[in-house]
Design a protein around this ligand. Structure first.
Ligand SMILES: Cc1cc2nc3c(=O)[nH]c(=O)nc-3n(C[C@H](O)[C@H](O)[C@H](O)COP(=O)(O)O)c2cc1C
Length: 230
């Protein structure tokens, strides 16, 4: 199995899937991982082998996502940080699924009503987002990305270009990983601040699903840098 870092580099959103079921042993591994992540993140992430009509809206069908055989529905008890936790632990799951040789796409424009039909009934839970899963027709492709300077603030200096020279290697590696993170509509609306005391803070600059994005970006930063981010 490839490493988690390798999976992070290889992962791209995939929207067109083969008509091929996921093997039982891989489903069992995904279920086991979800059990661990739900515990760690106090979430209710649910895998459904049959995506049902979760990705059957007009827009989803246009983008190809209607071909995804399986779905992951991310929900949890409502709280201020629910979206960020869904992003953080959901991306851990996405990278694990990539390690298993499968493909994924985070999908904000899913049918909530249809997705909830796949969920065991849980009172007071909020469904945040879905993830399409299956064997892609292709592995997807690299897309445009912002630069280190665009998304960082080093030692309180918003002029990233100057800060770049002062930043330690671990921070640069973390930012590189963060720039590989999927974000809604590839918006990458976040700032990663390296403070003088060595702490790292992530700032959400707003946008659709930007709180989920921030959790995803945080996990990538931590995986790339080996340092925690606030
Ligand atoms: C929170 C979130 C919501 C997303 N929603 C959709 C969606 O509704 N439809 C879609 O086709 N892609 C969706 N995406 C995938 C992004 O468009 C994709 O991650 C981005 O363009 C970067 O490409 P990459 O994932 O290949 O790196 C979403 C991604 C995230 C993180």
């Amino acid at each position: 199995m490839i490493s988690e870092k390798e999976a992070m580099i290889q992962r791209h959103s995939v929207r067109n899937y083969l008509d091929k079921k996921i093997e039982e042993d891989k489903i069992a591994l995904i279920q086991e991982k979800i059990g661990e992540l739900n515990k760690e993140g106090s979430l209710n992430i649910h895998f459904s082998e049959d995506a049902g009509k979760t990705f059957r809206s007009f827009l989803s069908r246009m983008s190809g996502l209607g071909s995804a055989p399986s779905a992951i529905i991310c929900s949890g008890a409502d709280s201020d940080d629910l979206e960020q936790r869904v992003g953080y632990y959901g991306e851990k799951l996405v990278l694990y699924i990539q390690q298993l040789g499968l493909n994924t796409c985070w999908v904000g424009m899913f049918s909530r009503k249809q997705a909830e039909k796949l969920m065991p009934a849980e009172n007071g839970e909020r469904t945040v987002i879905a993830i399409a899963v299956g064997y892609g027709e292709t592995q997807g492709k690299a897309r445009k990305t912002k630069s280190f300077e665009d998304v960082t603030e080093v030692f309180g200096d918003a002029d990233g270009a100057k800060g770049a020279e002062q930043a330690p290697d671990w921070f640069r590696e973390g930012v590189e990983a963060a720039l590989l993170a999927p974000t809604a509509m590839n918006q990458q609306k976040f700032t990663i601040c390296l403070n003088k005391d060595g702490s790292v803070e992530l700032i959400d600059n707003g946008g659709v699903f930007s709180r989920v994005d921030l959790g995803i970006v945080k996990y990538h930063f931590e995986l790339g840098s080996g340092h925690k981010a606030l």
